[in-house]
Design a protein around this ligand. Sequence first.
Ligand SMILES: *[C@@H]1O[C@H](CO)[C@@H](O)[C@H](O)[C@H]1NC(C)=O
Ligand SMILES: *[C@@H]1O[C@H](CO)[C@@H](O)[C@H](O)[C@H]1NC(C)=O
Length: 304
Amino acid sequence: MTSPSLQHLFFGTIQLLVVILGSVQGSNTTTPLVIWHGMGDSCCNPLSMGAIKKMVEEEVPGVYVLSLKIGETIIQDTENSFFMDVNAQVAFVCDQLSKDPNLKGGYNAMGFSQGGQFLRAVAQRCPSPPMKTLISVGGQHQGVYGLPRCPGESSHICDWIRKQLNSGAYTDFVQKHLVQAQYWHDPLNEELYRTHSLFLADVNQERVVNETYKKNLQSLEKFVMVKFLKDTIVDPVDTEWFGFLKPGQAKETETLQESILYKEDRLGLAEMDKAGKLVFLTSDGDHLQFTREWFNTKLLPYIR
Ligand SMILES: *[C@@H]1O[C@H](CO)[C@@H](O)[C@H](O)[C@H]1NC(C)=O
Ligand SMILES: *[C@@H]1O[C@H](CO)[C@@H](O)[C@H](O)[C@H]1NC(C)=O
């Protein structure tokens, strides 16, 4: 039979362990980060998203970084960035995030290029788990009207895509099967865009104002948008700050603040702007070109 003093010692030890474990967990105060790659890229390319993940893990010890893979394999992931229905991609991601125990308490999100507008759709459609801060790095929030150059080594596919877009981005077939068509925004055909764009016109409240989208987006702590001043891939580059070409022509641009979307506050962005939740940053390079020093100074403060 155990003596009372030993029992005390035993239970005392368990209590001590619980306290230690509790404090270790308690000290893990980093917010997880979810990243979504751009067109022609994948979750795990060591020269792009792999490098970003590693960099963040080095700068923020203990942080959980999830680099999204859309599909079963890395090849599928890359193909899906060209050919998978964007609404289905967003639903796929929402499902994955809701099942990830590491994200229960909320997460920050960082989208690269088209991953920027796709993660905004996640914020608007899927409030659980909660996204805290959204960082869009060269995202195209008002879509594109041109694809002058392609990133990386996908120029062959890109030439083909450009042809499809120019010949009829709003036909049902192209809309359903070409990712870039789903954020193609033709300022000369705003009505066609409004009625036929399966993805962007919906998330930008062009058809109806969905109050849920507004409420969900507004629950972000910050919405950070990075524009690349020497961008040769995104046209017009204003879209990276939620601006675009003025309707009815293809020369003059307008800022977010000058747009109907903002003036009617269809998406709640004007209110967020007044509350100091919108952050507009620049990088002096071409599309997605930045240094580690720039990243650490400009973006890291929002994900620590
Ligand atoms: C912090 O929490 C995350 C997610 O729960 C976990 O993946 C990570 O390993 C933890 N880090 C430390 C240092 O405990
Ligand atoms: C508004 O968005 C929510 C979230 O995606 C969706 O469930 C709902 O059906 C939408 N309502 C309308 C009118 O589109």
